[in-house]
Design a protein around this ligand. Structure first.
Ligand code: NAP
Ligand code: F7E
Length: 337
């Protein structure tokens, strides 16, 4: 029988890759989207524009339990991937209250609806390396204590605890992925990797002259989102529910990312990068690097992309898209009488 999966956050970076992955595996894929997404689907669901006739979208909001309850009551889902969240750490400092509301209550509503209506459905929660925050050890594994350093990190620790509690209290198949940073050409423009790749391409095309960043020293364990959604799928196929760290095990600084990205287009980042205090955070997470031994052993998961391949793909993709857009603009202007 065809398996049914519900993805919250299907319009986001991970949701779009996961939808592709599950469709390829023959799933019937449903997505929970905010109602405004359906108002102008081509624009507001850009990352899944090529999948719009293959997925079934339902309007709902993480802030509304009845809207979630309604969707879960209508379909006998086998798997739920709960990816929707206010995911930008800097924004969580600006508005911690709405981040907490969406990320904590939203996760609780999802779990409560499934417990009530579909307790057999397997549930994935998108936990984050931001939960480790002020790290107690390097690298971080499933047994490293959490010490979140932002409202976002705190909200993810709460989501993690809720998910584990539903597993232990109600015997549901609930798992936490503890995913380290994962990126790609579909990454949101406010995240540092995409901000860099996009600005490098703009500089190359003469559309920008500077790149303003907050902190070049912070280190991250950056993988490719396409590899990481495979891990989500694998976690829900195991005989027993458990929690897994997903990471490359390699750490690079923001400065190194800049160096590689500019070098990809034969530019020297030191000529273009400007430090701008506005992009510094009140509390920083300095050195994240993950130990994914458990996932490699139990799930048989490993990343395919290297750091260099990730940076290259992001920069080249932005360069191509911007060149196309510029070409269109030039020919459009050229046709004006
Ligand atoms: P993303 O691109 O920011 O996507 C977030 C998704 O959540 C979007 O589809 C967004 O919908 C949806 N959403 C936000 N608020 C909502 C609300 N109130 N109601 C319904 N939907 C809402 O994030 P991502 O990078 O794909 O990450 C997916 C998940 O993994 C997130 O939970 C994130 O916190 C977590 N995570 C990400 C990383 C990473 O490095 N990417 C690492 C660890 C954990 P709209 O399109 O309508 O805004
Ligand atoms: O910052 C530094 C910034 O915003 C990375 C989310 O997916 O991964 C992501 O969170 C680092 C930080 O991602 C700028 O201070 C310097 O140290 O790309 P980011 P993030 O905060 O690591 C985790 C795992 C998640 O779970 C989140 O959902 O880069 N940085 N200068 C900057 N960051 C930004 N955004 N902009 C700058 O100008």
């Amino acid at each position: 029988m065809t398996k049914k999966a519900l993805i919250t956050g299907i319009t986001g970076q991970d949701g779009s890759y996961l939808a592709e992955e599950l469709l390829q595996r023959g799933y019937e894929v449903h997505g929970l989207v905010r109602r405004v997404a359906l108002e102008a689907p081509q624009r507001r669901t850009e990352r899944i524009a090529h999948l719009l006739d293959k997925v079934i979208l339902h309007p709902a909001s993480l802030e509304s339990y009845p809207s979630i309850f309604h969707i879960v009551s209508r379909y006998d889902f086998d798997e739920c991937y709960h990816l929707a969240a206010q995911s930008f750490v800097a924004e969580s400092f600006a508005d911690g209250f709405s981040t907490m509301n969406t990320n904590i209550n939203g996760t609780h509503y999802m779990l409560a609806a499934f417990r009530e209506l579909r307790p057999q459905c397997r549930f994935y929660f998108a936990g984050s390396s931001e939960m480790f925050g002020k790290v107690r050890e390097v690298p971080q594994s499933e047994s490293t204590p959490f010490h979140p350093r932002s409202p976002y990190g705190i909200s993810k620790v709460a989501g993690f605890d809720l998910t584990r509690n539903y597993r232990e209290a109600y015997d549901m198949f609930c798992v936490n992925g503890i995913l380290f940073n994962h990126e790609g050409p579909r990454r949101g423009f406010e995240f540092v990797t995409r901000k860099i790749s996009h600005t490098v391409a703009r500089i190359k095309l003469g559309l920008a002259s500077k790149l303003r960043l907050g902190n070049l020293e912070a280190q991250r364990d950056w993988g490719h989102a396409q590899d990481y959604v495979q891990a989500m799928y694998l976690m829900l196929q195991q005989p027993e529910p458990d929690d897994y760290v997903i990471a490359t095990g390699e750490s690079h600084s923001v400065g190194e990312f800049c160096d590689r990205a500019f070098a990809e287009l034969n530019l020297d980042y030191r000529k273009y990068v400007v430090i701008d205090e506005r992009f510094r955070r009140p509390a920083e997470v300095d050195q994240l690097v993950g130990d994914s031994t458990k996932a490699r052993k139990v799930l048989g998961w490993r990343p395919k992309y290297t750091f260099d391949e990730l940076v290259r793909e992001m920069v080249q993709s932005d360069l191509e898209a911007l060149s196309r857009a510029e070409g269109r603009e030039i020919s459009r202007l050229g046709s004006v009488p």
